[in-house]
Write a protein that binds this ligand. Structure first.
Ligand code: URA
Length: 234
């Protein structure tokens, strides 16, 4: 098995991401630093280490969590705050697929399958995200049109794909977008002169956390995993 395939299957990252680890000299095979990608390893015989720690092939696991507020989307937190990984019981080393802010709630996916995570988060795959947003004041029609046409952000133009009413007062909306830049929804509204009072992700790549209480999680179904690979995998 090629070294990059082994590393991805060990849950270290996507096949594309793990190549950088090899090039950086962080991977050892039987005590020797591996610097080339054209290396084959036998998972039953060879000892592969990352930064000196032994790796083994992991079972692939996939979860959807209903993220509560005040939980960090990260594997660990240097300020000692609870992370989404703390809330999940599994013997595999999982990581979150993309990010949600500390106070954003809703569906968050966690896995140890780097290719799955990459399929959903790579910008060119345009996996859809749907959010329920509450603003500090009613959204004006001109601003709604501007958010659909494109808003200049410091890291490039952003736009929403759809904006549907989420209530009758004009301050609640259901937003669809195809990208996951940091604080994307908040930055879009901030640029238009609004403050986001609350944000909940309703779906990501078609997967929802329906029926889960805050902090609860479930395993993805085979159908959901296959759907993601079919729609967004390369
Ligand atoms: N956009 C944001 O601003 N925050 C999130 O948590 C997700 C999308």
């Amino acid at each position: 098995m090629r070294i990059n395939k082994f590393l991805a299957a060990a849950g270290v990252g996507s096949r594309r991401n793990v190549e950088a680890l090899v090039k950086a000299g962080r991977v050892q095979v039987n005590g020797e630093t591996a610097r080339e990608l054209a290396i084959d390893v036998d998972p039953n015989k060879d000892e592969v280490k990352l930064d000196g720690k032994p790796l083994r092939l992991a079972n692939r696991v996939y979860f959807a969590m209903n993220k509560p507020k005040e939980v960090v989307v990260s594997v660990s937190d240097d300020r000692g705050r609870t992370t989404v990984v703390d809330l999940l019981e599994t013997r595999e080393r999982v990581f979150p697929v993309g990010r949600l802010d500390y106070n954003t709630t809703g569906v968050l996916l966690l896995t140890n399958d780097g290719d799955f995570a990459n399929a959903l988060t790579h910008p060119s795959n345009e996996a859809p995200r749907v959010y329920k947003v509450t603003l500090d004041r009613p959204l004006e029609s001109d601003d709604r049109r501007a958010a659909l046409a494109g808003v200049r952000l410091k890291d490039g133009v952003g736009k929403f794909v759809e904006i549907k009413p989420g209530g009758s007062r004009g301050d609640r909306w259901i937003i669809s977008c195809h990208e996951g830049r940091n604080h994307f929804v908040k930055r879009m509204f901030h640029e238009l002169g609004y403050r986001v009072r609350s944000l909940e992700r309703l779906s990501f790549g078609g997967i929802t956390a329906k029926g889960l209480a805050k902090g609860e999680y479930r395993a993805l179904t085979k159908k959901e995993i296959e759907y993601v690979y079919r729609e967004y995998g390369s």
